[in-house]
Design a binder for this molecule. Sequence first.
Ligand code: SAH
Length: 348
Amino acid sequence: MVIYDEHGMIDVLSLLPEELEEQILLMNEKKFRAKQIFEWLHVKRAVSFDEMTNLSVQLRGKLKEKFCLKSLFVSKKLESDTDNTVKYLYRLPDGNHVESVVMEYSYGNTVCVSTQVGCKMGCRFCASTIAGYKRDLTSSEILLQIYESERNSGRKISGVVLMGIGEPMDNFDNVVDFLRLLSCSEGANMSLRHVSVSTCGIVPRIYELAELKLGITLSVSLHASNNKARSEIMPVNNRYDIDELMTACHYYFKVTGRRISFEYALIDGHNDSKEDARELAELLDDFVCHVNIIPVNKIKERNYRSDRRSAYRFQKYLEELGVNATVRRTLGADIDAACGQLRREYEI
Ligand code: SAH
């Protein structure tokens, strides 16, 4: 997508190969220049046009007049002493902040990225929404979280989860462009099989996403097995209830053939009983899916709590009912400000 900054410059990192080519042709330059520039940006990770030494000084000058090349600034970096988790607070070009987390797994490093500055969804247990919504991130700002995390940590990133600040399906076009850029063979060339997109359940976008058949894993933040309990903690449930959400998930699986992952933030006394597990098993009865149980992360503004013991108990209930469930591994527990907490502390 062609995105202009406040000075009317085109955000060059947001352009897909064919879009960059179009812009370069408009400048009366040869087509192959677009390929060279794309490679500088997405493979060699140049942070300025002056690094692009196989382009003439004159062309570099022309590029600087037409395009802007964004970068992120590391405002804060927290490194875990217990595992290799690194949490970044990034300052965007306009002064806003977002968070990313690099996590180490046996199969490689995964980065969790933000998709919006803040969030409008209002989930009761989530710090990202408490600090309020400011704006959507551009595709380049989502991508830069990966590039900068890779550069700064010196670690190769092989997987991405869209589970940081924001609701990806509330910033659909930029997120889809980001996924296209990330998986583009001329660029970072990441397989979308290694990418998970998490949503609180914006139903029409789940249908749209299914049609794109991108090969990503869809994670759905379910967190409750009936409408009463879900609406109490997730206002989005008043717009799209559990029935509508499940119908959309069935459709997603039918069209893409990809197993869905359901996130379940366990909250003591709210959604953790044997009856809740039974209701959940019934809901997921005819699904090829997986439930990821997350003991709710305590945030200082709310009194929700849970611990790993309750999570394992709930997992056992589910397994007895034939539902495939895991308890999410806790990484970076010593640096863990729950999702969105770091930005909140920084901006207020
Ligand atoms: N907006 C998207 C993605 C961002 S949040 C979504 O709702 O899915 C990533 C996941 O973390 C979601 O499942 C979200 O519900 C969960 N989450 C947010 N705050 C949490 C907390 N305090 N404890 C446990 N999980 C939390």
